[in-house]
Design a protein around this ligand. Structure first.
Ligand code: NAD
Length: 470
């Protein structure tokens, strides 16, 4: 595929392959952009600023709505590409497209609701006789840097709010799964003047550092890992930054929980897209008195999952993104077993596949649960009571989402108040998200919020306008 700069498709002699993790075949190639290409993309976005700011809110709404119709028409094609480039089971890719279509619709609607406010400036000393109000105005150029795991939905969560707020954009998708994001950007670009939507592919650190250091980029909106997020935080100077980073999400199951409900939510949350989900269930914290029943039921449910070809509609678990990830997961599982955890189910690997795996007797300091694990693992940690469960839940540098299962309203309230996470759900696993809710973690899980309304806010700046009526 080609990249798009100022309305022109650009190919390069230097390309990189996009590999299908299911069978290691080449899906397509993408250009390796150099410094000059990246600067061209920035200049193109910078020059197009006036083209989008001169559009009315009504115009923006219709353009985003029309793009939404196009995305719907291309749903099957793009979903298939997601599955080819990521190994995500096709049902999951179709669902990602449904969510992306809804996200784009939310953004179209939000473009009509960007309000300033009346400021009672005459309440301040010297303000007598002056009236004032604020306007929310665009930031200018937004660079969107996205990861491999939700290549369309995470891109639309940046591009659509940025456009709704009348910014121009540059999308830098992940090198593992760039194609579907490029297709999405292409659809959006077709509805805006040249230069409003640009794309760039290649080496993340090279392109990233140019985007970070160029004064013509006004915002970096990044979703990805903690180390890259920290690098961006440390090097983005005066730019506005949103960082949606990794998670190590706990799901707590207390003794009076509906165990069947908890088990089915944990199965979905721990194994969804083979566990390669930022808010996936990464730590299953279970009160001692119910741990045996919970573990038995979890093993039973885990054994029903179908591992196989991600293009098959009956497949639950496809491959991981690459073999390095499989090795990393297996090392963490073996380390946990060596240190005393019990393998209750799974632990099997082949090529790029890792089977759904349940481990019990997991201790908090094991690598498997002390860092973010991006694989289909349900590690069970025992807690003697609710106090210990909360303490374990908080014993992490991450704080994205959390889930709590209990039928007791008092325990539920204690957990939601005391667990340090951007979202805490009662009787839902941490994996729950809708595209209009404020989404973003505490601690190392990030800075700022996405979710369309919140992302639009973060894509604007506030200008105060005053009139002296004296
Ligand atoms: P990653 O950090 O390796 O890459 C993300 C993006 O950053 C890619 O486009 C990559 O090319 C780019 N990049 C690499 N080096 C860069 C640099 N120096 N400067 C700027 N950009 C650079 O992440 P990944 O492996 O693609 O995705 C998995 C990670 O993303 C996990 O940690 C996961 O938890 C996180 N994630 C977070 C959320 C969230 O919303 N909080 C959602 C999905 C994934």
């Amino acid at each position: 595929m080609e990249i798009l700069i100022n309305g022109k498709h650009i190919s390069k002699k230097e390309t990189m392959d996009v590999i299908n993790p299911y069978n290691n075949s080449i899906v397509d190639t993408i250009p390796i952009a150099n410094k000059e290409d990246t600067v061209n993309a920035i200049n193109s976005a910078n020059k197009a600023k006036y083209k989008i700011t001169s559009l009315s809110s009504r115009e923006i709404y219709y353009r985003l709505s029309d793009a939404c119709d196009d995305l719907k028409e291309n749903k099957d094609k793009i979903a298939k590409i997601i599955t080819q480039e990521t190994g995500k089971p096709i049902n999951g890719s179709m669902y990602e497209l449904d969510r992306s279509i809804e996200t784009l619709k939310f953004a179209a609607e939000e473009s009509k609701r960007i309000y300033g406010e009346n400021v009672p400036i005459d309440a301040g000393l010297g303000g007598e006789g002056v009236i004032a109000f604020t306007k929310k105005i665009p930031l200018g150029v937004v660079a969107a840097i996205t990861p491999f795991n939700y290549p369309v939905n995470l891109a639309i969560h940046k591009l659509a709010p940025a456009l709704a707020a009348r910014n121009t954009v540059i999308l830098k998708p992940s090198r593992e799964a760039p194609l579907s994001g490029l297709m999405l950007a292409e659809i959006l670009a077709n509805h805006f003047p040249d230069g409003v939507v640009n794309t760039i592919t290649g080496q993340g650190s090279l392109i990233g550092d140019i985007l970070l250091s160029d004064d013509n980029v006004d915002k970096i909106s990044f979703t990805g890992s903690v180390p890259v997020g920290k690098h961006i935080a440390n090097n983005s100077g005066m730019k506005k930054v949103t960082l949606e980073l990794g998670g190590n999400d706990p799901t707590v199951i207390l003794e009076d929980a509906n165990i069947d409900k908890a088990v089915s939510e944990v199965v979905n949350g721990a194994y969804l897209f083979s566990g390669q989900v930022c808010m996936g269930v990464k730590r299953v914290i279970v009160e001692k008195s119910i741990i045996d029943e919970f573990t038995d039921k979890l093993v039973k449910q885990s054994s029903k999952l179908k591992v196989g070809n991600p293009m098959d509609k009956n497949t639950d678990i496809g491959p991981l993104i690459n073999n390095k990830s499989v090795e990393k997961i297996d090392n963490a599982v073996q380390d946990a077993i060596e240190k005393g955890a019990t393998l209750e189910f799974g632990g099997k690997l082949k090529d790029n596949f890792y089977w759904p795996t349940v481990l019990s007797g997991v201790q908090e300091d094991m690598e498997l649960v002390s860092n973010e694990t991006f694989g289909p693992i349900a590690p069970i940690i025992e807690a003697k009571d609710i106090d210990e469960a909360i303490q374990i839940a908080n014993n992490t540098r991450y704080g994205l989402n959390a889930g709590v299962f209990t039928e007791n309203i008092h325990d539920a309230l204690r957990c939601v108040n005391q667990i340090e996470a951007g979202s805490v759900f009662v009787n839902k696993a941490s994996t729950f998200r809708t595209d209009n809710m404020p989404f973003g973690g505490f601690k190392n899980s990030g800075v700022g919020k996405e979710g369309v309304k919140y992302a639009v806010e973060s894509m604007c700046r506030t200008k105060l306008i005053g009139f002296n009526l004296d």
